[in-house]
Design a protein around this ligand. Structure first.
Ligand SMILES: Cc1ncc(COP(=O)(O)O)c(C=O)c1O
Ligand SMILES: N[C@@H](CCCC[NH3+])C(=O)O
Length: 430
């Protein structure tokens, strides 16, 4: 195991000061358990990194990584703003009591209903992705006699080193205005001329789970070059999210200060010889705020040993609560909750309970002996686990519990089998 874990006085895995196996006993499994202190520390680290530069900045938590009322409350209590991508995330923010002026709205195909909700809710910034949306937003804002602050999302044509499906900044992307064809410049002119839109600046995002600082430097430089070429002094440059975290020993995470220092210095240096006010620098981290804070607890089921091939160790969850291994070949580490530091004696494949051969949580999990009923913990599942969960095979979604200072609180209740059929209507055909 390479990921550091906390333990209680008996050496058992602890989450926010609560013993993991006790969480499992009290709240059942599968269970998403979060150490709230880690979420707070991650937000503080980004904010401190910016504060050290004395620049105008905003750290917006990218809600898509894990969107619940409780999470939004914690994020804003630490001074983070929020970046949302759907009507559902906007309504969750409203229910969490988030100041809507601190919410930005991303997305490549926002519906009319979502844009209307955003305007009516008074969202601070809408990050306009394409020309269709720019025109539509102007019409909707005009109908309401409001002026909406916007950023233009630019496709920065930076190919980040990450899985193809989570790479978004290259030119051939469904996101943002293309620069080379002149679409981005046309959008700038149109946005500046739109009476009900107030252009604050530009946005870009290069992808997710990125470790190399150079991708972010290239992205910041692209935006700097662009605003210089356009002779346009932006009030805001938003560099998106995508900062990588450690899932296994193959990952070498970079501290927030390194990313932030590189972004700030690229923008400062790049604009040093202009007489412009330095734009506010915004970022939108999701995974690096919540990923390491979350652990999924499972109850071990039986094993299947195939001599000379492998041993499957089953658990009571799987691809319905964590689709990332099946979708991106994502890797995780697992520990036995009551003996996280015990010597490992076997390498098993941690398999879920879903009707799918690809329902594997950890391909090669080094573990001590496991017996049915043991609690297994998959580490660093806080981002894109719950938020990408599904009801596949009609399995209910697990509960989410927040742990802090030795206290545990359910913040999303466990679904029941009855919940699963609650929206179904019988078919009546005469
Ligand atoms: C526009 C935008 N901002 C922020 C994020 C958050 O990314 P991450 O969770 O990797 O920090 C994403 C997801 O990749 C995104 O598409
Ligand atoms: N959901 C992806 C990342 C995509 C981020 C959204 N643009 C993951 O689990 O890694």
């Amino acid at each position: 195991m390479t990921i550091p874990v906390s333990t209680d006085a008996q050496g058992r895995l602890a989450i926010g000061g609560v013993t993991a196996s006790e969480l499992a006993r009290e709240f059942g499994t599968p269970l998403y358990a979060y150490d709230v202190g880690v979420i707070r520390a991650n937000i503080r680290a980004y904010r401190a990194a910016f504060a050290a530069h004395q620049v105008d900045y905003t750290v917006s938590y990218a809600a898509k990584a894990f969107a619940t009322i409780a999470m939004f409350q914690v994020a804003v209590s630490e001074g983070a703003h929020l970046d949302v991508v759907s009507g559902g995330e906007i309504v969750t923010a409203q229910r969490a009591g988030v100041n809507m002026a601190h919410v930005s709205f991303n997305g490549n195909n926002k519906s009319d209903a979502e844009l209307q909700l955003a305007l009516d809710a008074g969202l601070g910034t809408i990050i306009v992705d394409n020309r269709f949306e720019l025109n539509r937003l102007e019409e909707l804002a005009a109908a309401r006699h409001v002026v909406q602050d916007i950023l233009l999302r630019i496709a920065p044509d930076v190919s980040a080193h990450t899985h193809e499906y989570i790479m978004t900044g290259q030119a051939d992307s469904k996101f943002g205005f293309d620069v080379a064809s002149g679409q981005a410049h046309d959008a700038l002119i149109a946005a500046q001329a739109a009476p009900h839109l107030n252009l604050l600046g530009l946005h870009a995002h290069i992808g997710s789970q990125i470790f190399a600082v150079d991708g972010f430097v290239a992205e910041a430089q692209k935006l700097v070059d662009l605003v210089r070429a356009w002779d346009y002094a932006p009030q805001v440059l938003d560099l998106g999210g995508g900062f990588g975290i450690q899932y296994t020993d193959a990952d070498t995470p970079i501290p927030p200060t390194e990313f932030v220092d590189a972004l700030v210095s690229t923008i400062q240096t790049g604009l040093a010889d202009t007489n412009w006010t330095l734009p506010a620098i915004w970022i939108e981290p999701g995974r690096s705020i919540v990923g390491a804070a979350g652990i999924t607890l499972y109850t071990a089921g039986g094993t299947k040993q195939i001599p000379g091939v492998r041993t499957y160790q089953t658990v009571d969850g799987g691809m319905g609560d964590n689709i990332r291994p099946a979708l991106y070949q994502a890797e995780y580490e697992a520990v036995l909750a009551d003996r996280p530091h015990a010597a490992t004696t076997q390498v098993v494949t941690l398999a879920g309970k879903y009707c799918e051969s690809g329902d594997i949580l950890v391909e090669r999990a080094a573990l001590p002996p496991v017996v049915p009923g043991d609690i297994l913990a998959v580490l660093a599942t806080g981002a894109y686990g719950y938020s990408m969960a599904s009801h596949y095979n009609r399995n209910p979604l697990p509960a989410v519990v927040f742990c802090e200072d030795g206290q545990a609180q359910v913040v999303v209740r466990r679904e029941t089998w009855a919940d699963l059929v609650a929206f179904d209507e019988p078919y009546q055909h005469d």
